[in-house]
Unconditional design. Structure first.
Length: 336
């Protein structure tokens, strides 16, 4: 297999600058790609994979005989994708694109290496996907309806079985991220039917990707986002909190988040804040559950109020928030 794969990669790279849409789709089929991943998947990748990435190309550069694309990261920086050829339509700024790349990272702390295999305009690939989604819409609605009826009769929550395999443990994963993400996307779509399938998948991808990157249980982030915004990226509270994780303007600005209503930017901030709280209060209390409770209280009311009151502040809103998130977290872990 290795003897065959290397020439194929070289062949793909050699016509990347002039490849047609049909050739791109053929490569997609060849590498068994059914769904694009977002930039967070590259940011958390360890190992070597050939994937289709959906992102925004910030520009290209050429130095002597070397060429590369600059792919926008969730933190506003750029990921470098080496290329042997670059199509003319990519030679601009802020170009939405699909890229088939060979990505590799030896360890979590190693630098990511990416090589371009093929590229296509996002609009053309998205149009093909929308057509496929419309054909499958009736079947998905029927499946969701059946799932909803089954859940109402007391069956296991769909997120608890595939992730925990029937176990009540909240510390382990039993499926790889690319298999968990569609499950989360279906759940998110069920809670907010106004989202398109693509939007639901995009949110799930961010939750899973950033949770893995920062070592936070994705089911906790699912519970928090559900309580915070009901998976509505455009949500705004009466106090001015914004987006999926309801980030306050000052908090978002302090983290360098330019658009809190952008799902990926918002989830990036949300998960980073949660990671910091879990570290802080877990160390203070020496107890993971008490640390979780104080982390949720701090996320809702601020660390200053947790310090002032020596625990969960006596605010009805905060106390209800903690109870709701913990309740949903337990349910998503199959414990309720």
């Amino acid at each position: 297999m290795r003897l065959i794969l290397a020439p194929l990669l070289l062949l793909a790279a050699s016509f990347a600058h002039g490849q047609s849409l049909d050739q791109y789709l053929s490569l997609r089929k060849q590498y068994k790609i059914s769904q694009a991943v977002g930039v967070p998947a590259l940011e958390t990748l360890v190992g070597t994979r050939i994937v289709e990435v959906k992102g925004r190309v910030k520009g290209v550069f050429e130095i002597q005989d070397k060429m590369a694309l600059m792919l926008e990261r969730t933190d506003g920086g750029t990921e470098i994708v080496d290329a042997s050829g670059i199509p003319d339509w990519l030679r601009g700024n802020e170009v939405p694109a699909r890229l088939i790349v060979k990505a590799s990272r030896a360890t979590e702390t190693s630098q990511l290496k990416c090589n371009l295999i093929a590229a296509a305009p996002e609009s053309k690939i998205r149009a093909i996907e929308v057509e496929a989604e419309e054909k499958a819409a009736a079947r998905r609605r029927l499946e969701r309806s059946r799932s909803s009826r089954s859940t109402s009769k007391g069956t296991t929550n769909p997120l608890s079985g595939p992730i925990g395999k029937g176990s009540r443990s909240t510390k382990s994963w039993s499926l790889p991220a690319h298999e968990v993400t569609p499950i989360y996307a279906g759940f998110i779509k069920g809670r907010n039917p106004r989202l398109s399938d693509g939007e639901a998948y995009h949110i799930a991808e961010g939750i899973v990707g950033f949770s893995l990157k920062y070592g936070v249980d994705a089911r906790l982030i699912m519970a928090m986002v559900m309580v915070e915004s009901g998976f509505n990226p455009s949500a705004t509270s009466r106090t001015g909190a914004m987006g999926l994780g309801q980030l306050m303007p000052g908090t978002a600005a302090g983290m360098g988040i330019g658009n809190p209503y952008d799902s990926m930017q918002n989830l990036y901030g949300c998960v980073r804040i949660v990671r910091g709280h879990l570290d802080k209060y877990g160390k203070q209390t020496g107890d993971s559950f008490q640390g979780l409770i104080l982390s949720l209280a701090a996320y809702n009311a601020g660390s200053g109020n947790v310090r002032k009151y020596g625990g969960v502040p006596p605010f009805q809103e905060t106390q209800r928030y903690v109870q709701k998130v913990v309740g949903w977290y337990r349910a998503l872990c199959g414990e309720a």
